[in-house]
Design a protein around this ligand. Structure first.
Ligand code: CO8
Length: 373
């Protein structure tokens, strides 16, 4: 049986960044217009006036300072409040595949891989931009890979679920080299008129190459163990689908975009994820002092502080649990992979860490890794 390793990662960061101040200015201006338009109903008690957002709240509640987006002008225009992402003709590569390929090329270059050496492509992300053909098949064609490709969606946990799936293909002998990509254009399914959540997400794409140890380059990451868990919850939901295609731009179609009970998510997911990491450490015989770093899902700085503290037994330093949330915001499945990509270069052979995701479903996944020689 081949042993799977992570041989390289890649990252695509969109060209535009939006600060909290810019986002708050557009939301507050949209809110003033909405309140003015509905002044009579508000005065008659039929509608509630909408409230302003604030930079201080966002930073304190989430730790987010800015986010990257593929398109900025529509998002910060109070008359639009959504990104302008024009539909492309079928002959042109789709935007999701394009950013996935960009991240994939970096990972492939690092591992010295040509497209034709890749046996399988998994596109694991929160929201695919179409039903079919699978985004993964388009990525497969764009990089010149053979074999097979498919999409999977486990919301914010898509990447860890994708890594375990790829690792299982390697173990079973179905593939030697698997490319797993996470293109996340969260701005396309976020309600920028919703004060409770308008600040949460950003866009990005990440890529991970999972290979059989015998073909992987030196200095790869041994996968010590993976563990996945799901538990149904309505607290994070997006009802958009092919059976209910209401225009997602309007406030009336609020549930066709991202909606959540953020406080419940916070309270329920922190204990679930810390217990999951701890039980997987017990299973693998890893003590807290054996862990050099935790690359946690990037949803909320407070959640990560609590999870890391429960696992490590002390407050985690930035070195032990790095943050990318401040500049990238929540990028759904890509968050823990961005953290791993940016903060793993200092590992020496034998040092261990854990990539951990959690999100809608609920879903959670852990991937324990050890730097190989
Ligand atoms: N400005 C000022 N005040 C505000 C704002 C704002 N923008 N928003 C809310 N407030 C007010 C509220 O009205 C409330 O006032 P009051 O106390 O008077 O009622 C007060 O601030 C506190 O509000 P909350 O209870 O909502 O604030 P919290 O401290 O709970 O913070 C967070 C809100 C940041 C959302 C926090 O709860 C959180 O981070 N929770 C966890 C979120 C999480 O992990 N979600 C996972 C989602 S990821 C996923 O799996 C989905 C993937 C799909 C991708 C989707 C892409 C779009």
């Amino acid at each position: 049986m081949s042993r799977p390793v992570i041989s390289a990662t890649g990252l695509y960061t969109p060209p535009h960044s939006i600060s909290n101040a810019e986002l708050v200015t557009s939301l507050n201006s949209w809110t003033d217009n909405w309140n003015a338009e509905h002044a009579d109903e508000i005065a008659a008690g039929k509608l509630e006036a909408k409230q302003h957002s604030s930079v201080e709240f966002i930073e304190k509640a989430s730790g987010i300072k800015s986010r990257f987006v593929v398109e900025k002008s529509g998002v910060i225009d109070p008359k639009v409040m959504r990104p302008y992402i024009p539909e492309r003709p079928n002959e042109q590569i789709s935007v999701l595949a394009e950013i996935a390929v960009s991240a994939a090329r970096e990972a492939m270059a690092k591992a010295g891989r040509e497209g034709r050496e890749i046996d399988a492509v998994i596109c694991a992300a929160s929201n695919m931009q179409r039903a079919y053909p699978a985004m993964a098949v388009e990525v497969q064609a764009a990089i010149g890979a053979e074999g097979f490709a498919f999409d999977m969606n486990v919301a914010c946990s898509s990447a860890t679920f994708g890594i375990q799936t790829a690792a299982d293909f390697v173990r079973a002998g179905h593939a030697k080299t698997v490319l797993m990509v996470n293109p996340e254009i969260c701005s396309g399914h976020l309600n920028f008129t919703d004060r409770d959540s308008h600040f949460i997400f950003g866009d990005v794409a990440t890529a991970v190459l999972i290979e059989a140890e015998d073909v992987a380059p030196r200095g790869s990451w041994s996968i010590l163990g993976t563990h996945l868990k799901t538990q149904f919850s309505n607290n994070i939901r997006n009802n958009f689908g092919f059976l209910n295609r209401a225009d997602p731009s309007g406030v009336g179609a609020r549930d066709k975009l991202f909606v959540q009970e953020g406080r419940k998510v916070f309270k329920e997911v922190v204990p679930m994820v810390s217990a999951m990491i701890q039980s997987e450490m017990d299973r693998l015989g890893i003590r807290p002092s054996d862990l050099k770093r935790m690359w946690l899902h990037q949803a909320n700085a407070g959640m990560n502080r609590l999870i890391a503290e429960r696992v490590l037994g002390h407050e985690a330093s930035e070195n032990e649990s790095p943050t990318v949330l401040d500049t990238y915001a929540n990028t759904s499945s890509a968050g823990s992979i961005i953290a791993f990509h940016k903060h793993s270069g200092d590992f020496r052979p034998g040092e261990k860490g854990v990539i951990c995701s959690f999100g809608a479903g609920y879903s959670a996944g852990t991937v324990f890794v050890e730097k190989a020689a």
